[in-house]
Structure formats: C-alpha cells, structure tokens
Design a protein around this ligand. Structure first.
Ligand SMILES: [Zn+2]
Length: 474
C-alpha cells in the first residue's frame, strides 16, 4: 500500500516569497520538507484566480474541460452574472445570498463540468478514504447534510453537498465532530488556517484519510492587503498549520514514514498601484455588469472584471475582434485574447500572434514574440484552454503589470497585491514535494499535474479529462 498523501495549498504564495522565507529560516515545517524532498517552480492555469485554479487542482484540467472561467462571469443560459466573492462589496452588489449559493454550492455542483472527474471522485471510486478541509472544488461521492439551517427562498437552496468521505467546509459541513472552532471575524490573525490546522491534527491523529487536500487561504488574504513580499507573518502561520500535521504524526521522520506530501500554491501575486474600469471602453454600448442579480435583457455586452483579469461577452453577436480592438491603449490592458477562424489571437498594442494546436504542438503565425519567453509561462496552452471554456467571454483581458481592474462593487487592492493575469508574477507557483521515492514533479510542472499525480500515487489511471503527463505504474 502506498503512503497516504497530503496536498497542502497555501493560497497566493509566490515562489520568491517562499524561497526568501526558507532562506531566512522562518519556516521550520516547510524547511524540513524542502530538505527531505524536491522543489520546482511550476505554472498555474489562466485566469490565475482562486476558483479557476482550485478547480484545476481538483480536476487536473484547464477551464476548457472544467468550465470555471473566472472569479466573476456571465452565465449565458441564466442571463445573469455569477460572482464567487471578489470582495464583500462585489458580493453585496451581485446579491449576497445568490453569491454565497454560487460559491458554496453551485460552483461545485452546477458550474464545474460533470465530465471533469475530480481527484476525490476518482479516488472514492477506487475505495480510498478521501478528505478535504475548506477546499472549494470539493465534489465527491459522499452526501453531507448541511450543518447550519438556512432559509429557503426564491432559488433552490441545497440541503446537502456531495464531497469527499471526510469533509470540512467553513463550519457549514463537518463530517466528524472535531471540536475545532471557527471565527471568521478574526480572519486577519489567521483564524481560518487555525481551524484547518485543528482539523488536520485531528485527522492525522486518527489516521483518518488516504488523500487529504489541506487548503490554507489566509496567506492570500494578507498578501492582498500588504503586497506579495510583505505577508511574512501569515506565511509563518501557514507553516505552523503544516507543522501541526507533522507533529500530530509524531515528528518529521515519523510523518514522512507514513505520508507523502505536496505543498504548493494556486497562483502568485504581484504588487498593484493603479486601477482601471474595464467597462469604460464600452460605454457607448449598453453594458451589463450584473448588479443585484438582474438579467441582461436589452444589453449589447457584458463586462465582468476582478483582480487582474476580465471578460467581455457579446450579447449582440458582434465578433470578439471588434471588442478586442476597442481595448487598444485602454488603461491597464496588457493582452486582449479572442478566437477567430479556429485560432486563438493574442493582441497587444495593435500587434497580434495567432495560434492553434496541431500535431507538432502549436501552429503559430504573426508576431510570435508577444507570448514567447519567461514573461508568459506556458502561454499557448493556457490561453487556448481559457478561450475554449464555454463560459468564457468572447474576449479575455489580461492586466498589465501594476494594474488591477475594479470589481462589481468598485473595490480593488491598490497599494497591495493582486493576481489573475497571464504574467509570470501571477502565474508562477512553488511546488514542494516530500516523502516520495523519486521527485514526482517535472521541472516544467503545471497545476494540472497535481490531480493525476495523486491518482497515479495510488495506482489509479487518470481519466481522459485530466491533462495527465504521467500514468499509473510508470
Ligand atoms: Zn486572491
């Protein structure tokens, strides 16, 4: 029987910040794992925002297969905007109750493609004990009744969720009574990660899982406020949360005797100090942004923006190119991305590169220099798969360095950190692995490698929807 596997996700952690903190000796648990294991700088998916990235972790797929396009997007069939929680103001502007329903229930049960098998489903089916703490893409095979009673209303409210066998989600669902307290109001002091650490300790002490996704969101929260290089205390607390698992197992050596572990983030962050309103480039048209749960009747375009990426949807049938050309020279816009005649086009300051997959990799024409190089890691695959998502806009916008797009509630993180773009700062993630016989991740590791890695670790063949570059038994 292979070792049990932990996947710990520290939201928003950049490789530079992790490497600096390790160098300064501030992270005892992660330092031990780094010395015992292997480390690479990997690449996440695009747009590089949490709902998209966590869904890629769970499904081993990009948005073309898993169907989560952004933090905020236009639901064509329901003719409304889905807002997963860009900010409290954005949630209020979209309708708080609907926003909570979308982020807690509908994302996993309605928006993630049923065809995109999650690692929890695949490992549940193989008879393994799966577990997740606070992880938003949690779809599994076990029914968990909701713990807190919620009023029913206009929208059908869920009475239960389908998750991993052992399932803990912000006090809404708790498959076991652990006694862990959760105090959302003391979030700046790391209360969500402390809740996760208490449950993680409980699970390790009871040998309660084969596969655990251990999600730590407090670092991202702190880094948005203070910037990508300044949230050291939050990172120390995330290290302490991982350290709780290690000490619960009886210390470092005992932990690695029983467990293999991957510690990674879901996306990076970059410093931002300037704010643009993406919808301003379309203000001679009827623009719908989705306030208060209204539907988009009579509008020409929908603009959804959050953090460092945005979407433009054409409701009047106008081509993506026309919308993209309106963004030439617009403040904050680095790349306007759209499809035309079966190819993807990246447009930057009126120059374009056109590409599509072919049998040799990518057929590329135009100014290939736009997307080649370290500035935009794994760009062709990520852009192609983002545009091929059926819920994406006709145009996807990637923000320039230092810029952020105002969200539905008019909020931003200027003076702090943000993410979402195709640029390396938002896209590069640390991936640290320990307890494996051989380093399990290649040098060009991708976030979509994690789910197939977990399946292969347990001898389960990854399904075709996963972009598996490894197979079971190899
Ligand atoms: Zn974030």
């Amino acid at each position: 029987m292979p070792k049990k596997l932990v996947l710990a996700v520290i939201d928003g952690l950049t490789p530079a910040m992790l490497e600096r903190a390790l160098g300064e000796g501030r992270l005892p648990a992660l330092s031990f794992l780094r010395e015992a294991g292997s480390y690479v700088r990997g690449t996440t998916t695009f747009p590089s925002v949490t709902p998209v990235c966590l869904t890629s972790i769970a499904t081993g797929a990009h948005p073309d297969a898993h169907h989560i396009p952004h933090l905020v997007w236009y639901h064509r069939r329901e003719r409304r905007v889905v807002e997963y929680g860009s900010s409290f103001s954005a949630v209020r502007a979209a309708g708080a109750r609907r926003s909570i329903r979308d982020s807690v229930f509908a994302m996993t049960h309605e928006h993630v493609s049923p065809q995109a098998l999650t690692a929890f489903e695949a490992l549940d089916d193989a008879g393994l004990e799966t577990a997740a703490i606070n992880f938003t893409c949690y779809r599994g095979r076990t029914r968990h009744p909701i713990k807190l009673p919620l009023r029913s209303g206009r929208n059908r409210w869920y009475e239960a969720a389908y998750g991993p066998r052992r399932f803990f989600f912000f006090n809404l669902f708790e498959s076991d009574v652990t006694g862990a307290p959760l105090a959302i109001r003391s979030r700046p002091e790391g209360s969500v990660d402390a809740y996760a650490a208490t449950i993680g300790r409980w699970l390790v002490t009871r040998d309660g899982f084969d596969f655990l996704v251990f999600y730590l969101p407090d670092y991202d929260y702190a880094s948005h406020i203070s910037g990508p290089d300044a949230a050291m205390q939050a990172l120390e607390r995330a290290d302490a949360a991982v350290g709780e698992l290690v000490s619960a197992a009886g210390g470092p050596e005992a932990f690695l005797d029983r467990y293999a572990i991957v510690v990674c983030s879901d996306h990076g962050q970059m410093h931002v100090d300037r704010v643009a309103r993406l919808q301003d480039s379309f203000d001679d048209l009827g623009v719908f942004t989705g306030r208060r749960g209204t539907v988009a009747d009579g509008s020409d375009v929908v603009v959804t923006a959050s953090n460092r990426s945005g979407m433009v949807y054409a409701l009047d049938g106008r081509p993506g190119r026309e919308l993209a050309e309106r963004l030439d020279g617009a403040p904050g816009v680095d790349l306007a991305l759209f499809l035309e005649d079966g190819a993807a086009i990246a447009r930057k300051e009126r120059t374009e590169v056109r590409f599509a997959p072919d049998e040799n990799g990518w057929a590329v024409s135009g100014d290939a220099g736009i997307l080649v190089g370290d500035e935009y890691p794994n760009a062709f695959e990520r852009v192609w798969c983002a545009l091929a998502c059926p819920n994406a806009g006709e145009v996807i916008v990637s923000a320039a360095e230092g810029w952020e797009f105002e969200d539905l509630g008019g909020r931003h993180h200027a003076g702090g950190g943000s993410h979402g773009s195709l640029l390396a700062g938002d896209s590069t993630i640390p991936m640290l692995a320990a307890g494996f016989d051989d380093p399990p991740l290649p040098r060009d590791a991708r976030i979509t490698d994690l789910a197939p890695l977990a399946l292969s670790h347990f001898g389960v063949q990854p399904p075709p929807t996963m972009r598996a570059r490894v197979s079971a038994g190899v």
